[in-house]
Design a protein around this ligand. Structure first.
Ligand code: G3P
Length: 217
């Protein structure tokens, strides 16, 4: 199972990388704006900075919504660094663009996926990753994890190689449940990843071990 961090914050990316468990990064225009990264050149430079911190795949999202625009943008993004994965939205032109990029050995991440049918199309188009947004489905009283299970079943039925990248993760239980279901990748905020570390019995146990060590010294 791969762990990606879902942020454009360089300090948080460094912290996850230093932990030694990071396989990649996902970003989107909202995450860039949250860090105050605006304007085309600044955004491109930021992607380069992210690639310099991590070893794995870095998803960079196109903002065009038409086929030709996505191709132009995607090619520019992928020329920045071989780690770049071009992120395209789950719309008709996005699927056409995913097919083009797949045929030209450019990795893709089809984003804003909310149904099994959309995930099936992304796989048919040869996407490298498909990003179902589980938290946003949960937000509208729909079963986000159920969607991951459905996609897992469909991809396994036909041996699709597209990796299921569970996105819009809100907490540690999303990560644990995704690992049980068989998501290939989770992308999560640092807080949710670090949440996996915590257990009160670990803290109490360590405190007691250290106390007992001191008694003998
Ligand atoms: O990468 C995009 C996705 O993870 C969005 O998450 O929290 O905005 O629903 P969120």
């Amino acid at each position: 199972m791969k762990f990606f961090i879902d942020t454009a914050n360089l300090d948080q990316i460094k912290e996850a990388q230093d932990l030694g468990i990071l396989d990649g990064v996902t970003t989107n225009p909202s995450l860039m704006a949250k860090e105050g990264i605006t304007g085309k050149q600044n955004i491109l430079d930021h992607y380069k900075n992210i690639c310099n911190i991590v070893d794995g795949d870095v998803s960079a999202e196109v903002i065009s919504t038409d086929y030709k625009g996505m191709l132009k943008e995607g090619e520019e993004l992928s020329s920045l660094n071989k780690q770049i994965v071009v992120k395209v939205p789950m719309i008709k032109d996005g699927i056409k663009a995913a097919r083009y990029f797949s045929d030209n050995n450019i990795k893709t991440n089809v984003t804003l996926v909310f149904s099994a049918g959309q995930a099936l199309l992304a796989a048919k188009a040869g996407a490298t990753y498909v990003s179902p947004f589980i938290g946003r489905l949960d937000d509208i009283s729909t079963d986000g994890l159920g969607l991951i299970s459905e996609i897992r079943e469909i991809y396994d039925n036909y041996g699709f190689s597209t990796e299921i990248l569970a996105a819009s993760i809100r907490h540690t239980m999303h990560i644990i449940d995704c690992s049980k279901i068989g998501a290939d990748v989770i992308t999560a905020p640092l807080k949710s990843i670090l949440g996996l570390l915590k257990h009160p019995l670990t803290d109490i146990g360590l405190e007691n071990f250290l106390k007992d060590y001191k008694k003998g010294n």
